[in-house]
Design a binder for this molecule. Structure first.
Ligand SMILES: *Cc1c(COP(=O)(O)O)cnc(C)c1O
Length: 489
Protein backbone atom coordinates (compact mmCIF):
# COMPACT_ATOMS: atom_id res chain seq x y z
CA UNK A 1 0.00 0.00 0.00
CA UNK A 2 1.23 3.46 -0.86
CA UNK A 3 0.34 6.87 0.50
CA UNK A 4 -0.51 9.99 -1.47
CA UNK A 5 -1.18 13.60 -0.54
CA UNK A 6 -4.45 15.35 0.28
CA UNK A 7 -3.62 18.58 -1.60
CA UNK A 8 -2.04 17.00 -4.64
CA UNK A 9 1.64 16.72 -5.35
CA UNK A 10 4.18 19.46 -5.91
CA UNK A 11 7.19 18.58 -8.03
CA UNK A 12 10.18 17.91 -5.83
CA UNK A 13 8.14 15.64 -3.57
CA UNK A 14 7.62 11.94 -4.28
CA UNK A 15 4.17 11.24 -5.69
CA UNK A 16 3.72 8.13 -3.61
CA UNK A 17 5.45 7.10 -0.43
CA UNK A 18 5.56 3.94 1.63
CA UNK A 19 4.01 3.68 5.09
CA UNK A 20 7.50 4.03 6.63
CA UNK A 21 8.19 7.19 4.66
CA UNK A 22 4.79 8.66 5.53
CA UNK A 23 5.35 8.21 9.24
CA UNK A 24 9.03 9.25 9.37
CA UNK A 25 8.48 12.43 7.33
CA UNK A 26 4.82 13.34 7.67
CA UNK A 27 4.99 16.74 5.98
CA UNK A 28 3.76 16.57 2.38
CA UNK A 29 3.74 19.20 -0.38
CA UNK A 30 1.52 22.30 -0.04
CA UNK A 31 1.19 21.51 3.69
CA UNK A 32 -1.04 18.49 2.96
CA UNK A 33 -1.30 15.16 4.76
CA UNK A 34 -0.63 11.59 3.70
CA UNK A 35 -3.58 9.27 3.09
CA UNK A 36 -3.79 5.68 1.82
CA UNK A 37 -3.94 5.52 -1.97
CA UNK A 38 -6.93 3.22 -1.71
CA UNK A 39 -8.46 1.80 1.42
CA UNK A 40 -8.55 -1.96 1.81
CA UNK A 41 -12.02 -3.46 2.23
CA UNK A 42 -12.96 -5.82 5.07
CA UNK A 43 -14.69 -8.92 3.77
CA UNK A 44 -17.28 -10.73 5.89
CA UNK A 45 -14.78 -13.12 7.38
CA UNK A 46 -13.01 -10.13 8.87
CA UNK A 47 -15.76 -9.55 11.39
CA UNK A 48 -14.90 -12.50 13.55
CA UNK A 49 -15.91 -11.79 17.11
CA UNK A 50 -13.65 -14.53 18.47
CA UNK A 51 -10.53 -12.54 17.53
CA UNK A 52 -8.46 -11.13 20.37
CA UNK A 53 -7.70 -7.39 20.25
CA UNK A 54 -4.11 -8.01 19.20
CA UNK A 55 -5.10 -10.49 16.48
CA UNK A 56 -7.69 -8.09 15.12
CA UNK A 57 -5.07 -5.31 15.15
CA UNK A 58 -2.53 -7.45 13.35
CA UNK A 59 -5.07 -8.54 10.75
CA UNK A 60 -6.01 -4.90 10.12
CA UNK A 61 -2.40 -3.73 9.79
CA UNK A 62 -1.57 -6.61 7.45
CA UNK A 63 -4.63 -5.68 5.39
CA UNK A 64 -3.01 -2.29 4.77
CA UNK A 65 0.12 -4.13 3.55
CA UNK A 66 2.38 -1.81 5.53
CA UNK A 67 6.13 -2.17 4.99
CA UNK A 68 6.88 -3.20 8.57
CA UNK A 69 8.17 -6.68 9.39
CA UNK A 70 5.73 -9.01 11.08
CA UNK A 71 7.87 -9.49 14.18
CA UNK A 72 8.10 -5.72 14.66
CA UNK A 73 4.31 -5.45 14.38
CA UNK A 74 4.03 -8.23 16.99
CA UNK A 75 6.38 -6.43 19.36
CA UNK A 76 4.53 -3.13 18.88
CA UNK A 77 1.17 -4.77 19.61
CA UNK A 78 2.60 -6.55 22.65
CA UNK A 79 2.58 -3.11 24.30
CA UNK A 80 -1.16 -3.58 24.82
CA UNK A 81 -0.10 -6.17 27.41
CA UNK A 82 0.78 -3.20 29.63
CA UNK A 83 -2.88 -2.08 29.69
CA UNK A 84 -5.15 -2.91 32.64
CA UNK A 85 -6.42 -6.09 30.99
CA UNK A 86 -3.99 -7.44 28.35
CA UNK A 87 -6.73 -9.58 26.78
CA UNK A 88 -9.12 -6.68 26.54
CA UNK A 89 -7.25 -3.35 26.37
CA UNK A 90 -10.38 -1.44 25.29
CA UNK A 91 -13.40 -2.81 27.20
CA UNK A 92 -16.89 -2.03 25.90
CA UNK A 93 -19.36 -1.48 28.73
CA UNK A 94 -23.14 -1.26 28.59
CA UNK A 95 -24.49 1.74 30.54
CA UNK A 96 -28.09 1.94 29.34
CA UNK A 97 -30.42 0.21 26.93
CA UNK A 98 -28.70 0.43 23.51
CA UNK A 99 -25.96 2.69 24.92
CA UNK A 100 -22.39 1.45 25.29
CA UNK A 101 -19.03 3.00 26.20
CA UNK A 102 -15.81 2.08 24.42
CA UNK A 103 -13.33 2.67 27.26
CA UNK A 104 -10.16 3.72 25.49
CA UNK A 105 -8.25 5.01 28.52
CA UNK A 106 -6.88 1.86 30.15
CA UNK A 107 -3.27 2.46 29.03
CA UNK A 108 -0.30 3.89 30.94
CA UNK A 109 -1.27 7.59 30.78
CA UNK A 110 -5.04 7.12 31.21
CA UNK A 111 -6.11 8.85 27.98
CA UNK A 112 -7.03 7.30 24.63
CA UNK A 113 -3.84 8.69 23.08
CA UNK A 114 -2.08 5.55 24.39
CA UNK A 115 -4.14 3.30 22.08
CA UNK A 116 -2.18 4.64 19.11
CA UNK A 117 0.97 6.20 20.57
CA UNK A 118 2.13 3.07 22.38
CA UNK A 119 2.54 0.88 19.26
CA UNK A 120 3.27 3.86 16.98
CA UNK A 121 6.25 4.98 19.10
CA UNK A 122 7.72 1.51 18.98
CA UNK A 123 7.44 1.31 15.19
CA UNK A 124 8.83 4.80 14.59
CA UNK A 125 11.89 4.20 16.76
CA UNK A 126 12.44 0.82 15.14
CA UNK A 127 12.54 2.55 11.72
CA UNK A 128 14.93 5.22 13.01
CA UNK A 129 17.31 2.54 14.30
CA UNK A 130 17.06 0.50 11.13
CA UNK A 131 18.02 3.55 9.07
CA UNK A 132 20.77 4.53 11.49
CA UNK A 133 19.15 7.97 11.48
CA UNK A 134 18.53 10.20 14.50
CA UNK A 135 15.15 11.89 14.81
CA UNK A 136 13.91 14.75 16.92
CA UNK A 137 10.22 14.62 17.76
CA UNK A 138 8.61 17.89 18.74
CA UNK A 139 5.26 17.92 20.48
CA UNK A 140 3.07 20.74 21.74
CA UNK A 141 0.40 19.50 24.11
CA UNK A 142 -2.71 20.74 25.83
CA UNK A 143 -2.36 17.84 28.24
CA UNK A 144 -2.90 14.31 26.90
CA UNK A 145 -0.62 13.96 23.86
CA UNK A 146 2.48 15.04 25.81
CA UNK A 147 2.37 12.35 28.52
CA UNK A 148 1.43 9.63 26.00
CA UNK A 149 4.21 10.60 23.58
CA UNK A 150 6.84 10.78 26.35
CA UNK A 151 5.76 7.43 27.73
CA UNK A 152 6.04 5.90 24.27
CA UNK A 153 9.38 7.41 23.17
CA UNK A 154 11.36 7.56 26.42
CA UNK A 155 14.72 5.78 26.31
CA UNK A 156 14.20 4.82 22.66
CA UNK A 157 17.43 4.70 20.64
CA UNK A 158 17.91 7.30 17.88
CA UNK A 159 14.97 9.35 19.15
CA UNK A 160 14.96 12.59 21.12
CA UNK A 161 11.69 14.13 22.13
CA UNK A 162 10.98 17.69 23.23
CA UNK A 163 7.56 18.44 24.60
CA UNK A 164 6.12 21.96 25.10
CA UNK A 165 3.20 22.55 27.43
CA UNK A 166 1.47 25.76 28.53
CA UNK A 167 2.46 26.40 32.14
CA UNK A 168 -0.78 26.60 34.16
CA UNK A 169 -2.78 25.40 31.15
CA UNK A 170 -2.88 21.70 32.02
CA UNK A 171 -4.21 19.87 35.06
CA UNK A 172 -1.72 19.08 37.88
CA UNK A 173 -1.95 15.42 36.96
CA UNK A 174 -1.14 16.06 33.31
CA UNK A 175 1.81 18.32 34.22
CA UNK A 176 3.18 15.83 36.74
CA UNK A 177 2.91 13.02 34.18
CA UNK A 178 5.32 15.00 32.02
CA UNK A 179 7.72 16.64 34.47
CA UNK A 180 8.36 13.43 36.43
CA UNK A 181 9.35 11.43 33.32
CA UNK A 182 13.01 10.47 33.67
CA UNK A 183 14.04 9.16 30.23
CA UNK A 184 17.55 9.95 28.95
CA UNK A 185 16.24 11.37 25.66
CA UNK A 186 13.44 13.70 26.73
CA UNK A 187 13.06 17.39 27.40
CA UNK A 188 9.87 18.81 28.87
CA UNK A 189 9.45 22.57 28.70
CA UNK A 190 6.79 24.74 30.28
CA UNK A 191 5.96 27.86 28.27
CA UNK A 192 4.73 31.15 29.68
CA UNK A 193 1.62 31.34 27.53
CA UNK A 194 -1.37 29.23 26.47
CA UNK A 195 -1.62 26.18 24.23
CA UNK A 196 -1.91 28.31 21.08
CA UNK A 197 1.39 29.98 22.04
CA UNK A 198 3.04 26.59 22.50
CA UNK A 199 1.74 25.38 19.14
CA UNK A 200 2.69 28.63 17.43
CA UNK A 201 6.20 28.45 18.91
CA UNK A 202 6.54 24.95 17.54
CA UNK A 203 5.45 26.00 14.04
CA UNK A 204 7.87 28.97 14.11
CA UNK A 205 10.65 26.61 15.08
CA UNK A 206 9.83 24.25 12.23
CA UNK A 207 10.15 27.17 9.81
CA UNK A 208 13.34 28.62 11.34
CA UNK A 209 16.48 28.36 9.16
CA UNK A 210 18.92 28.57 12.05
CA UNK A 211 17.08 25.72 13.73
CA UNK A 212 17.15 23.58 10.58
CA UNK A 213 20.87 24.30 10.07
CA UNK A 214 21.64 23.18 13.61
CA UNK A 215 19.65 19.98 13.11
CA UNK A 216 21.51 19.32 9.84
CA UNK A 217 24.86 19.90 11.55
CA UNK A 218 23.92 17.28 14.11
CA UNK A 219 22.55 14.92 11.41
CA UNK A 220 19.12 14.96 13.06
CA UNK A 221 15.82 14.81 11.15
CA UNK A 222 12.45 16.00 12.39
CA UNK A 223 9.28 13.96 12.74
CA UNK A 224 5.91 14.52 14.40
CA UNK A 225 3.87 12.60 16.94
CA UNK A 226 0.54 14.37 16.57
CA UNK A 227 -2.34 12.96 14.59
CA UNK A 228 -1.23 14.51 11.30
CA UNK A 229 0.96 11.38 11.35
CA UNK A 230 -0.87 8.51 9.65
CA UNK A 231 1.03 6.12 11.89
CA UNK A 232 -1.36 7.12 14.65
CA UNK A 233 -4.52 7.01 12.54
CA UNK A 234 -4.04 3.40 11.46
CA UNK A 235 -4.24 2.26 15.10
CA UNK A 236 -7.42 4.29 15.58
CA UNK A 237 -9.38 2.24 13.06
CA UNK A 238 -8.92 -0.93 15.06
CA UNK A 239 -10.70 -0.04 18.30
CA UNK A 240 -13.87 0.93 16.46
CA UNK A 241 -13.97 -2.48 14.77
CA UNK A 242 -13.23 -4.08 18.13
CA UNK A 243 -16.19 -2.26 19.71
CA UNK A 244 -18.50 -3.56 16.99
CA UNK A 245 -17.29 -7.12 17.53
CA UNK A 246 -17.70 -6.70 21.29
CA UNK A 247 -21.38 -5.87 20.75
CA UNK A 248 -21.78 -8.99 18.63
CA UNK A 249 -20.06 -11.01 21.35
CA UNK A 250 -22.36 -9.55 24.01
CA UNK A 251 -25.37 -10.47 21.84
CA UNK A 252 -26.39 -6.82 21.72
CA UNK A 253 -26.45 -6.91 17.92
CA UNK A 254 -26.43 -9.54 15.25
CA UNK A 255 -23.67 -9.75 12.65
CA UNK A 256 -24.14 -6.95 10.04
CA UNK A 257 -26.60 -4.95 12.13
CA UNK A 258 -25.81 -1.23 12.01
CA UNK A 259 -24.75 0.88 14.99
CA UNK A 260 -23.85 4.49 15.73
CA UNK A 261 -20.42 5.46 16.98
CA UNK A 262 -20.08 8.74 18.90
CA UNK A 263 -16.78 10.60 19.12
CA UNK A 264 -15.81 13.66 21.22
CA UNK A 265 -13.71 15.52 18.68
CA UNK A 266 -10.72 17.81 18.66
CA UNK A 267 -8.20 17.20 15.91
CA UNK A 268 -10.64 14.63 14.40
CA UNK A 269 -8.21 11.68 14.47
CA UNK A 270 -10.59 9.48 16.43
CA UNK A 271 -13.50 10.35 14.12
CA UNK A 272 -11.33 9.75 11.06
CA UNK A 273 -10.54 6.25 12.35
CA UNK A 274 -14.28 5.56 12.56
CA UNK A 275 -14.83 6.98 9.06
CA UNK A 276 -12.17 4.73 7.57
CA UNK A 277 -13.64 1.73 9.40
CA UNK A 278 -17.07 2.55 7.91
CA UNK A 279 -15.62 2.98 4.45
CA UNK A 280 -13.80 -0.34 4.78
CA UNK A 281 -17.15 -2.03 5.46
CA UNK A 282 -17.88 -1.82 9.18
CA UNK A 283 -21.70 -1.58 9.46
CA UNK A 284 -22.05 1.94 10.88
CA UNK A 285 -25.25 3.91 10.50
CA UNK A 286 -23.50 7.20 11.15
CA UNK A 287 -20.62 8.68 13.08
CA UNK A 288 -21.92 11.18 15.62
CA UNK A 289 -19.56 14.03 16.41
CA UNK A 290 -19.59 16.19 19.52
CA UNK A 291 -17.86 19.53 19.94
CA UNK A 292 -17.73 21.72 23.01
CA UNK A 293 -18.20 25.53 22.96
CA UNK A 294 -15.50 25.58 20.28
CA UNK A 295 -18.07 24.37 17.78
CA UNK A 296 -16.32 24.69 14.38
CA UNK A 297 -16.66 20.99 13.65
CA UNK A 298 -20.34 20.82 14.56
CA UNK A 299 -20.97 23.87 12.38
CA UNK A 300 -19.20 22.33 9.41
CA UNK A 301 -21.25 19.15 9.63
CA UNK A 302 -24.53 21.00 10.23
CA UNK A 303 -24.14 23.84 7.72
CA UNK A 304 -21.20 23.06 5.38
CA UNK A 305 -19.25 26.12 6.47
CA UNK A 306 -15.95 25.94 8.31
CA UNK A 307 -15.55 29.44 9.57
CA UNK A 308 -13.02 30.73 12.10
CA UNK A 309 -13.23 34.43 11.15
CA UNK A 310 -15.06 35.59 14.25
CA UNK A 311 -13.95 32.83 16.53
CA UNK A 312 -11.52 32.94 19.42
CA UNK A 313 -10.45 29.82 21.23
CA UNK A 314 -12.62 29.34 24.33
CA UNK A 315 -11.06 27.51 27.29
CA UNK A 316 -13.50 24.82 28.44
CA UNK A 317 -13.69 21.96 30.92
CA UNK A 318 -13.01 19.54 28.03
CA UNK A 319 -9.64 21.08 27.04
CA UNK A 320 -8.59 18.31 24.64
CA UNK A 321 -11.47 19.42 22.40
CA UNK A 322 -10.55 23.13 22.50
CA UNK A 323 -9.55 23.68 18.90
CA UNK A 324 -10.13 25.98 15.95
CA UNK A 325 -8.15 24.31 13.20
CA UNK A 326 -8.90 20.61 13.23
CA UNK A 327 -6.26 18.89 11.08
CA UNK A 328 -7.84 15.58 10.17
CA UNK A 329 -11.01 17.02 8.62
CA UNK A 330 -8.77 17.51 5.61
CA UNK A 331 -8.40 13.76 5.17
CA UNK A 332 -12.19 13.35 5.08
CA UNK A 333 -12.58 16.15 2.53
CA UNK A 334 -9.91 14.56 0.39
CA UNK A 335 -11.56 11.17 0.59
CA UNK A 336 -14.97 12.54 -0.39
CA UNK A 337 -14.09 15.31 -2.83
CA UNK A 338 -10.51 14.85 -4.08
CA UNK A 339 -7.24 16.79 -3.91
CA UNK A 340 -8.11 19.80 -6.06
CA UNK A 341 -11.08 20.87 -3.94
CA UNK A 342 -9.28 20.03 -0.73
CA UNK A 343 -6.34 22.26 -1.64
CA UNK A 344 -8.65 25.13 -2.60
CA UNK A 345 -10.56 24.85 0.70
CA UNK A 346 -7.39 24.67 2.80
CA UNK A 347 -6.04 27.72 0.94
CA UNK A 348 -9.33 29.52 1.64
CA UNK A 349 -9.09 28.67 5.31
CA UNK A 350 -5.56 30.08 5.51
CA UNK A 351 -6.17 33.23 3.50
CA UNK A 352 -9.84 34.07 4.21
CA UNK A 353 -10.48 32.24 7.45
CA UNK A 354 -13.28 30.05 6.08
CA UNK A 355 -14.38 27.62 3.39
CA UNK A 356 -17.81 26.48 2.28
CA UNK A 357 -19.16 23.26 0.80
CA UNK A 358 -22.05 23.42 -1.69
CA UNK A 359 -25.35 21.70 -0.88
CA UNK A 360 -24.47 18.45 -2.66
CA UNK A 361 -21.14 18.26 -0.85
CA UNK A 362 -22.83 18.94 2.47
CA UNK A 363 -25.35 16.17 1.77
CA UNK A 364 -22.44 13.81 1.09
CA UNK A 365 -20.77 14.77 4.38
CA UNK A 366 -24.05 14.21 6.23
CA UNK A 367 -24.36 10.69 4.83
CA UNK A 368 -21.57 9.69 7.19
CA UNK A 369 -21.65 12.30 9.95
CA UNK A 370 -24.07 14.15 12.20
CA UNK A 371 -22.90 16.60 14.86
CA UNK A 372 -23.94 18.52 17.93
CA UNK A 373 -22.18 20.89 20.31
CA UNK A 374 -22.17 20.62 24.07
CA UNK A 375 -21.08 23.00 26.82
CA UNK A 376 -19.55 22.94 30.29
CA UNK A 377 -22.85 23.02 32.17
CA UNK A 378 -24.18 20.09 30.19
CA UNK A 379 -20.97 18.14 30.81
CA UNK A 380 -21.09 18.75 34.57
CA UNK A 381 -24.79 17.84 34.85
CA UNK A 382 -24.18 14.70 32.84
CA UNK A 383 -21.22 13.63 34.97
CA UNK A 384 -23.31 14.07 38.13
CA UNK A 385 -26.35 12.30 36.69
CA UNK A 386 -24.42 9.25 35.48
CA UNK A 387 -22.33 9.08 38.67
CA UNK A 388 -25.60 8.79 40.61
CA UNK A 389 -26.54 5.84 38.43
CA UNK A 390 -23.14 4.23 38.98
CA UNK A 391 -21.15 5.13 35.86
CA UNK A 392 -18.21 7.52 36.12
CA UNK A 393 -17.21 9.44 32.99
CA UNK A 394 -14.78 12.28 32.33
CA UNK A 395 -15.85 15.70 30.93
CA UNK A 396 -14.91 14.78 27.31
CA UNK A 397 -16.89 11.57 27.35
CA UNK A 398 -19.83 13.45 28.89
CA UNK A 399 -20.19 15.58 25.74
CA UNK A 400 -21.16 12.38 23.90
CA UNK A 401 -24.36 12.16 25.92
CA UNK A 402 -25.52 15.29 24.09
CA UNK A 403 -25.25 13.37 20.82
CA UNK A 404 -27.03 10.42 22.42
CA UNK A 405 -29.99 12.64 23.33
CA UNK A 406 -30.14 14.73 20.13
CA UNK A 407 -28.87 12.51 17.32
CA UNK A 408 -29.67 8.91 18.30
CA UNK A 409 -32.73 8.65 16.03
CA UNK A 410 -32.95 5.01 15.01
CA UNK A 411 -33.61 2.20 17.51
CA UNK A 412 -30.11 0.79 17.15
CA UNK A 413 -27.11 0.70 19.49
CA UNK A 414 -24.81 3.67 20.06
CA UNK A 415 -21.20 3.22 21.19
CA UNK A 416 -19.65 6.36 22.68
CA UNK A 417 -15.88 6.72 22.87
CA UNK A 418 -14.55 7.40 26.34
CA UNK A 419 -11.29 9.24 25.76
CA UNK A 420 -9.95 9.79 29.29
CA UNK A 421 -10.16 8.40 32.78
CA UNK A 422 -11.84 10.69 35.33
CA UNK A 423 -8.56 10.93 37.30
CA UNK A 424 -7.06 13.26 34.69
CA UNK A 425 -9.78 15.84 35.31
CA UNK A 426 -10.56 15.42 38.99
CA UNK A 427 -11.22 19.13 39.81
CA UNK A 428 -13.96 19.24 37.15
CA UNK A 429 -15.39 15.97 38.48
CA UNK A 430 -15.54 17.52 41.95
CA UNK A 431 -17.25 20.64 40.57
CA UNK A 432 -19.80 18.43 38.88
CA UNK A 433 -20.52 16.38 42.00
CA UNK A 434 -20.74 19.41 44.30
CA UNK A 435 -22.43 21.57 41.69
CA UNK A 436 -20.05 24.46 42.35
CA UNK A 437 -17.42 26.41 40.43
CA UNK A 438 -14.64 26.67 43.02
CA UNK A 439 -11.06 25.87 42.04
CA UNK A 440 -9.74 22.69 43.62
CA UNK A 441 -6.26 21.20 43.52
CA UNK A 442 -6.06 17.84 41.73
CA UNK A 443 -4.97 15.94 44.84
CA UNK A 444 -7.83 17.20 46.97
CA UNK A 445 -10.29 16.54 44.14
CA UNK A 446 -9.00 13.02 43.51
CA UNK A 447 -9.54 12.17 47.16
CA UNK A 448 -12.99 13.78 47.27
CA UNK A 449 -14.26 11.99 44.16
CA UNK A 450 -12.74 8.70 45.23
CA UNK A 451 -14.41 8.88 48.64
CA UNK A 452 -17.75 10.23 47.42
CA UNK A 453 -18.19 7.69 44.63
CA UNK A 454 -16.34 4.90 46.41
CA UNK A 455 -13.95 4.30 43.52
CA UNK A 456 -10.18 3.83 43.72
CA UNK A 457 -7.63 6.37 42.49
CA UNK A 458 -5.51 4.66 39.82
CA UNK A 459 -2.13 3.85 41.41
CA UNK A 460 -0.01 5.44 38.67
CA UNK A 461 -1.92 8.71 39.16
CA UNK A 462 -1.67 8.71 42.94
CA UNK A 463 2.08 8.00 42.76
CA UNK A 464 2.69 11.13 40.66
CA UNK A 465 2.39 13.36 43.71
CA UNK A 466 5.41 11.81 45.43
CA UNK A 467 7.64 11.36 42.37
CA UNK A 468 10.82 13.35 41.69
CA UNK A 469 10.38 16.28 39.33
CA UNK A 470 13.07 16.09 36.62
CA UNK A 471 11.94 18.94 34.40
CA UNK A 472 11.36 22.21 36.20
CA UNK A 473 12.10 24.71 33.44
CA UNK A 474 9.38 27.19 32.60
CA UNK A 475 10.61 29.63 29.99
CA UNK A 476 9.62 32.62 27.89
CA UNK A 477 8.45 31.85 24.36
CA UNK A 478 11.50 33.45 22.76
CA UNK A 479 13.86 31.14 24.63
CA UNK A 480 12.40 27.92 23.16
CA UNK A 481 14.77 27.60 20.21
CA UNK A 482 17.91 27.94 22.34
CA UNK A 483 16.56 25.57 24.96
CA UNK A 484 15.87 22.85 22.40
CA UNK A 485 19.21 23.38 20.64
CA UNK A 486 21.00 22.98 23.98
CA UNK A 487 19.08 19.78 24.49
CA UNK A 488 20.01 18.20 21.14
CA UNK A 489 23.64 19.21 21.53
C1 LIG B 1 -7.15 14.08 22.16
C2 LIG B 1 -8.41 13.98 22.93
C3 LIG B 1 -9.67 14.19 22.31
C4 LIG B 1 -9.79 14.60 20.86
O1 LIG B 1 -9.45 13.56 19.98
P1 LIG B 1 -9.18 13.86 18.44
O2 LIG B 1 -8.76 12.56 17.87
O3 LIG B 1 -8.07 14.87 18.40
O4 LIG B 1 -10.43 14.38 17.85
C5 LIG B 1 -10.80 14.01 23.08
N1 LIG B 1 -10.75 13.70 24.39
C6 LIG B 1 -9.55 13.51 25.02
C7 LIG B 1 -9.55 13.21 26.47
C8 LIG B 1 -8.35 13.63 24.31
O5 LIG B 1 -7.17 13.45 24.95
Amino acid sequence: MHFIETRGNQSGFKEKVTFSEAILSPSASFGGLYVPEDLPVFDRSFFDSSLSYKDLAKKTLMHFEIDIEENIVDQALALYDGFDNPDNPAPVVKIKDKLFVNELYHGPTRAFKDMALQPFGFILSHLAQKQGQKYLILAATSGDTGPAALESFKNKKNIQIACLYPDGGTSDVQRLQMVTEDGNNIKVIGIKGNFDDAQHALKTLLASDTFKDELDKNAIKLSAANSVNFGRIIFQIIYHVNAYLALVKQNAISQNEKIYITVPSGNFGNALGAYYAKKMGLPLEKILITSNANNVLAELIQTGIYDIRDKKLILTLSPAMDILKSSNVERILYDMFGAQKTKAWMDDLNTKGYYQLNSEELARLQEDFAAVDSDDDFAKETIAEFAKEGYVMDPHTATCIKAESKLHEKPICNVICSTAEWTKFAPTMMNALKNDTLRYADKEALEYVSKTLNIPITASIEELFSKTVYHDSVIEKDAIEDTILNFIN
